[in-house]
Design a binder for this molecule. Structure first.
Ligand SMILES: O=P(O)(O)OC[C@H]1O[C@H](OP(=O)(O)OP(=O)(O)O)[C@H](O)[C@@H]1O
Ligand SMILES: O=C(O)c1cc(=O)[nH]c(=O)[nH]1
Ligand SMILES: [Mg+2]
Length: 194
């Protein structure tokens, strides 16, 4: 799947939003990739995750025995990725502020995991998820996502396979360009405000 094919899927899902968004990190952006809209079509979700799986080298794929994803954004994409790889899929939650496995999900000691995200911006949520997988006894051997909008800046500490890398601006809230400052900000994600 080419970058243009991926963007066509996002466009068809009306998932390329423009406005003034407060990101999970607190950064602000004029653009937001609403992956939930992309994933609401199960056939599209399966197509995209099969394309992510095809980006992962065969030796890594052969070792992965579970996909673990951080809720909320990771839940559907993690499940579809688990289907694409033929392994179980689980998700991490943070009702008290720190990611952990709930609902009877568990990892065997040393179990090799793929951490799956919908979007990576600063990489903080991904690093928190990878740290949680380690606390749960697993070993994250690779990470993947639909979108990497970190502009090459996110270091997850493991090999990282995004389906598409997009060059999208993010700004500190105290350094907003005037055209962004003029629009009311909305926060689509579910991380609690800092
Ligand atoms: O790389 P980062 O700077 O951490 O940003 C990306 C994260 O932000 C979004 O989640 P969010 O925290 O908004 O919550 P949600 O998944 O519950 O919607 C997205 O699902 C990623 O997890
Ligand atoms: O950084 C984020 O919170 C973020 C950016 C984006 O484009 N899409 C998304 O779901 N989250
Ligand atoms: Mg998230």
């Amino acid at each position: 799947m080419t970058d243009e094919d991926v963007l066509a899927e996002f466009r068809a899902a009306e998932a390329l939003l423009e406005g003034h968004f407060i990101l999970s990190s607190g950064l602000r952006s004029p653009r937001y990739l609403q992956c939930a809209r992309v994933l609401m079509d199960p056939a599209r979700a399966a197509r995209l995750c099969e394309a992510v799986a095809a980006k992962i080298p065969a030796d890594i794929r052969a070792q992965v025995s579970a996909v673990v994803a951080p809720a909320m954004g990771g839940v559907i994409v993690g499940h579809e990725m688990a289907r694409a790889l033929g392994v179980p899929g689980m998700f991490l939650e943070r009702p008290e502020g720190t990611f952990h496995l709930r609902r009877g999900f568990r990892l065997e000691p040393g179990q090799k995991v793929l951490m799956m995200e919908d979007v990576v911006t600063t990489g903080l949520s991904s690093r928190e998820a990878i740290a949680a997988i380690a606390r749960e006894g697993g070993e994250t051997i690779a990470a993947a996502s639909l979108v990497d909008r970190s502009n090459g800046a996110a270091d997850l500490g493991v090999p990282f396979f995004p389906l598409i890398r997009l060059d999208v601006p993010s700004y500190s809230p105290d350094a907003l360009p005037p055209e962004l400052a003029a629009i009311p900000a909305i926060k689509p994600g579910s991380r609690a405000a800092a």
